[in-house]
Design a protein around this ligand. Structure first.
Ligand SMILES: *[C@@H]1O[C@H](CO)[C@@H](O)[C@H](O)[C@H]1NC(C)=O
Length: 459
């Protein structure tokens, strides 16, 4: 490690130490009110029924989209031999446009996306869209049906779960339980309406999704999530542990100052570490460098989401480039050294476009960005939610190419009932889409551990 990074790390460690010193250790758990997020005044009566729903790609939307794709301006050539290091390589963009314009079968994909039962129900003034798939239990088997809420993030959608749903709802020979899957579009995404008023971030979404589960008749349930889905379900565990039997995450993160300070200290003085943890093989300096290089989008979306949304909402090529860059890089960083971003190594172009359609068709690009701003506002940061221990039994699947890796010892700083951590064989950030079998298997195998801990905690 060179001296610049040592300096940076020492600086960060000192600042964090000061911050910790000034903070009382454990913040109070804030209570959420049932804010009305819809437009205008809250109506006297809200229809709370559960209505069947099907995705419909309107002809006008398709014609308009194809016109825009067909009229994409000539792009400036990318720098020679630069791969995707400067972002999406413009030489590859025509391939994406051509696929969306000429090969993507809108009608067929609409049918495909409608193959699981979907519903809408109004919560706090917003129509919440969700997929609900019940397991097919053979008559001769007695199985416990476990409700499982699976939650996507950005730039994902319920499209990420198309392949994993049948793997979770199909009974396994050696297990006496099976899942019923509830996969919502989080507010402001896909076919869930967006808030009309400021303040709806990941924290507030925890209340909405808990209400959804209660409305469907589940007083107690399991959750699964990566990306924002992991953040939302972890908040849910902080706020409503009485409703949660356990949670499975494919992005386990502990971002409280004490843990970050420990990370910095361990990386400077590795022998302080009590266990041999792999994360030191990627030095902190490198981790910080990667974090800065890969999270510019985060800063932009957390501060000026609406400005960004105007260009993206107007240009399907621009939006596709912005999102598919993520599907390349955070699936595996080395993909940036290839001409095509290795995009199709793990994904099919059709499913990538399906995912884009969940933003484009219902016009949710801007509201999708806003989750960053609403979840990092000063009001939220003041609550110091990351310092509140998560007591609900938790299992983590750590995929080797995930953007953040923290060793088990650090994860326990927040997830105090961590029952299982699996180092996965393959895969990156979009685990459900990329490695559905591996992820599903880890969820199945985590449940007995979660159940056992849950029983212990009750007694
Ligand atoms: C694209 O535009 C060209 C030129 O206007 C037109 O000939 C062609 O049919 C269009 N293609 C599609 C798929 O709309």
């Amino acid at each position: 490690m060179n001296t610049t990074y040592t300096g940076i790390i020492l600086g960060i460690a000192l600042v964090l130490a000061a911050v910790i010193y000034m903070m009382p250790s454990e913040p109070k758990i804030p209570q959420l009110e049932e804010v009305y997020w819809g437009p205008g005044q809250k109506p006297r009566k809200i229809d709370e029924s559960i209505r069947p729903f099907k995705i419909k790609f309107e002809k006008e939307m398709i014609d308009d989209l194809r016109f825009r794709l067909n009229n994409t301006r000539n792009l400036q050539p990318s720098l020679e031999h630069s791969g995707w290091k400067y972002g999406v390589n413009s030489n590859y963009v025509p391939t994406i446009i051509d696929f969306w314009l000429n090969k993507y079968d809108f009608r067929k994909r609409e049918d495909h996306l409608n193959r699981y039962p979907q519903f809408l129900t109004n919560i706090q003034g917003l129509d919440i869209h969700f997929v609900r798939v019940k397991p097919q239990v053979p008559k001769d088997r007695k199985l416990r049906v476990l409700p499982l809420l699976i939650v996507h993030g950005w730039p994902g959608s319920i499209v990420e779960f198309q392949k994993i749903i049948p793997l979770l709802t199909r009974p396994q020979a050696n297990r006496d339980f099976v899942f019923e899957v509830i996969a919502p579009s989080i507010p402001g995404f896909g076919y869930s309406s967006q808030a009309a008023k400021p303040g709806l971030g990941a924290f507030e979404m925890a209340l909405i999704l808990k209400s959804l589960m209660l409305r469907l008749g589940y007083d107690k349930f399991y959750t699964q999530g990566g990306d924002w889905g992991a953040v939302i379900t972890s908040y849910m565990a902080v706020l409503y542990p009485q409703h949660m039997l356990g949670m499975h995450l494919n992005l386990c993160m502990v971002l409280n100052p004490w843990t970050l300070a420990k990370t910095a200290i361990y990386s400077l003085i590795p022998w302080l570490m009590l266990d041999e943890e792999r994360y030191l093989s990627s030095p902190l300096g490198y981790q910080i460098q990667t974090l800065i290089a890969e999270t510019g989008y985060y800063h932009m979306q957390a501060t000026k989401p609406d400005t960004l949304g105007i260009g993206m909402t107007d240009s399907p090529a621009g939006f596709a480039a912005y999102v598919l860059e993520k599907f390349s890089t955070i699936t595996q960083m080395q993909n940036a050294w290839t001409d095509d971003g290795n995009l199709l190594e793990k994904f099919e172009m059709t499913e990538l476009i399906d995912n884009l359609m969940m933003y484009w068709a219902p016009n949710k690009i801007t509201s999708g960005f806003r989750i960053y701003a609403e979840s990092t506002s000063s009001r939220i940061l003041k609550m110091r939610l990351n310092n509140i221990p998560v007591k609900v039994p938790t299992a983590c699947a750590q995929f080797p190419h995930e953007i953040i890796f923290q060793p088990e010892a650090l994860l326990r700083d927040r997830f105090v009932n961590l029952v299982k951590v699996t180092r996965m064989k393959r895969g990156g950030h979009f685990a459900a889409l990329e490695e559905p079998e591996l992820l599903a298997e880890d969820i199945w195998s985590a449940v007995p551990f979660l159940m056992k801990r849950s029983e212990l905690l009750r007694n």
